[in-house]
Design a protein around this ligand. Structure first.
Ligand SMILES: [Zn+2]
Length: 300
């Protein structure tokens, strides 16, 4: 009878005994009991057999959970990867379009016979700038119309006689409502060319600037073009917010300028401009200078 009561106690203690949760004294007591009781010993053996199964089952559940977690992570990684790929693809697409337009513009810049006319509008001011090149001759005609009237300036630049010189002999003629003045035979450097605002120094710069740029298909005055914004390099004009670039030539045909607020809170806008290009249309006649006798000659 005593043995039976001990058995009950021992069997109650067995789960803890197996997990090594029982103290030294209890262990001695249990082990003493085993010497006398085959039944309890047998129960212990059975329990031990069961445990690896339970443990394996528990491990299995853990493995399943980890697998599930890993699967979730894999899906997340895949989504991130897809987003990164799309981002890279979109950036490269922009870079390719911009680089293509820039190359076209660079080719056109080699032209030695061209005229570009810029029309720009600002508050109370309308300006037309006509740039012409015929080989080594340049002409710049600026017409400004303001409330005060119209002012026209013509600049003629001819390459210096000296073959090795990069200098030009420059005459300017200015005509306002009141007077006609001229400055003659100035010696200066002249740096005029078609604008390639999409030019970058290298492909890395191109890609980096393409990240922030937007490139959209658009039409401007019936011309197929791209509307490009936020493509800012040292060559682009900082007051230009966006520009319409001709798909065929890579040259800007219109620019949209930033709006600003001056210190007194008045809103304004840098001039928005339109550009017209003509090629192989400039002739020697365009370089016939006005009659100098009509002008007051200004000395430096
Ligand atoms: Zn027993």
């Amino acid at each position: 009878m005593k043995e039976k009561r001990d058995c009950k106690i021992v069997q109650d203690l067995l789960p803890n005994y197996i997990e090594n949760l029982t103290n030294e004294k209890t262990n001695q007591y249990i082990e003493e009991h085993f010497k006398e009781c085959e039944d309890c010993k047998q129960i212990l053996e059975n329990m031990k057999k069961d445990i690896p199964v339970n443990k394996a089952d528990r491990d299995n559940r853990e493995v399943k959970y980890i697998k599930k977690f890993r699967k979730k992570m894999t899906v997340l990684k895949l989504i991130i990867l897809i987003i990164v790929i799309i981002f890279i693809a979109l950036t490269l697409r922009k870079a390719f379009i911009i680089s293509d337009l820039s190359n076209k513009a660079e080719n056109i810049k080699n032209s030695k016979n061209w005229r570009s006319t810029t029309y720009s509008y600002d508050i109370g001011e309308y300006t037309t700038i006509e740039l012409s090149q015929l080989d080594d001759q340049y002409k710049v005609k600026t017409t400004k119309i303001t409330e005060e009237g119209k002012e026209t300036t013509m600049m003629f630049a001819k390459k210096s006689e000296d073959e090795n010189s990069e200098r030009y002999r420059v005459n300017t003629y200015t005509e306002t409502e009141e007077e006609k003045t001229a400055r003659l035979n100035m010696d200066m450097g002249v740096y005029l060319s078609l604008q390639n605002w999409l030019y970058t120094d290298n492909w890395l710069q191109l890609v980096i600037h393409s990240i922030f740029a937007t490139v959209k298909n658009a039409a401007y005055n019936g011309e197929e073009c791209y509307y490009i914004t936020n493509f800012e390099t040292v060559y682009s004009s900082s007051f230009v917010r966006g520009m319409y670039v001709d798909k065929e030539t890579g040259l800007p045909i219109s620019t949209i300028a930033y709006e600003y607020q001056d210190s007194e809170g008045r809103k304004g806008r840098y001039p928005a401009a339109e550009y017209v290009y003509e090629f192989d249309c400039v002739t020697e006649e365009d370089f016939i200078e006005p009659d100098q006798n009509e002008y007051t000659i200004l000395k430096e």
